[in-house]
Design a protein around this ligand. Structure first.
Ligand code: TMP
Length: 252
């Protein structure tokens, strides 16, 4: 059997050449580094299976309301068929509640609702630690055009409305999340679409069933080993034929 061509391997996923031109196969690994970047953990068994399902669930929902994504269809437990895109080298973060670096940089207590969703851009460069950048940097260095930026903000805010609503429906507050955006060409026209994945690895999720106050930070779902199972269970997207008990277990 011919060996398929690996295009790229990251912390959480591998991309292989797809069956048709313009497609790729995205394989979800169990690697823990994406979820726990500062801790010495190797794998969370079952994470890739759940993230494949969760990303399918969110991307399918987005496609169905007219927000374009790279998702075509799930192939098996760990793989999905996606459209090949030219990735824009920016992490697009949307924040609804203060958490993470914004709390220390601007002195806002964790859990504070923000006056409106705040969209931020981080330059994708691991050696530099994915630094926060402004629109001025992005345009000056040619990472994206002003029109791309306007489209990315609009896309990110639509994803935010959709995800916030879906999460709130299952008792989860979406504090913030990150998407990646890709460029595709349709004839002479380019379109920006949501790429990569949407899963607990790229979202900060708080249990909205508890009481939230600045003094008593809400229980985080993401960052816990079983956040993946908890979210999949609440959304009703747990695969039925996973061989382990349904709960990812931490290895190492
Ligand atoms: P932050 O508060 O650490 O900046 O992260 C904001 C959100 O974006 C959080 O839900 C995690 C996600 N994120 C990633 O998944 N990868 C990244 O490289 C960045 C900058 C953020």
């Amino acid at each position: 059997m011919a060996r398929r061509k690996k295009i790229f391997e990251g912390k959480a996923k591998i991309l292989y050449e797809g069956p048709e031109p313009g497609t790729l196969v995205q394989y979800f690994k169990d690697d823990a580094a994406a979820a726990f970047p500062t801790e010495r953990r190797d794998t969370i068994e079952g994470k890739g299976v759940l993230n494949n399902r969760l990303s399918e669930f969110f991307m399918t929902g987005l496609n169905s309301i007219g927000v374009p994504t790279h998702f075509i269809r799930r192939i098996n437990m760990r793989e999905q068929l996606i459209r090949a895109v030219e990735i824009i080298p920016l992490e697009v973060v949307v924040r609804n509640f203060a958490a993470g670096p914004i709390t220390t940089r601007l002195g806002i207590p964790e859990g504070t609702p923000l006056p409106r969703p705040i969209v931020e851009f981080y330059f994708k460069d691991e050696k530099l630690g994915d630094p926060l950048v402004t629109e001025e940097h992005i345009i000056a260095f040619g990472w994206a055009s002003q029109q791309d930026l306007d489209e990315m903000v609009a896309l990110a805010l639509r994803v935010n409305d959709f995800l916030s609503g879906v999460m709130m429906g299952v008792g989860i507050r979406l504090a913030d999340f990150r998407i990646e955006v890709g460029r595709i060409w349709e004839g002479d026209f380019q379109r920006l679409i949501v790429a990569d994945e949407i899963s607990p690895d790229s979202c900060r999720l708080w249990d909205a069933r508890g009481i939230i106050s600045a003094d008593d930070p809400p229980r985080e779902l993401a960052g816990q080993t079983d956040a993946y199972t908890e979210l999949a269970q609440r959304l009703g997207v747990l695969p039925t034929n996973v061989t382990h008990a349904g709960k990812p277990t931490l290895i190492n």
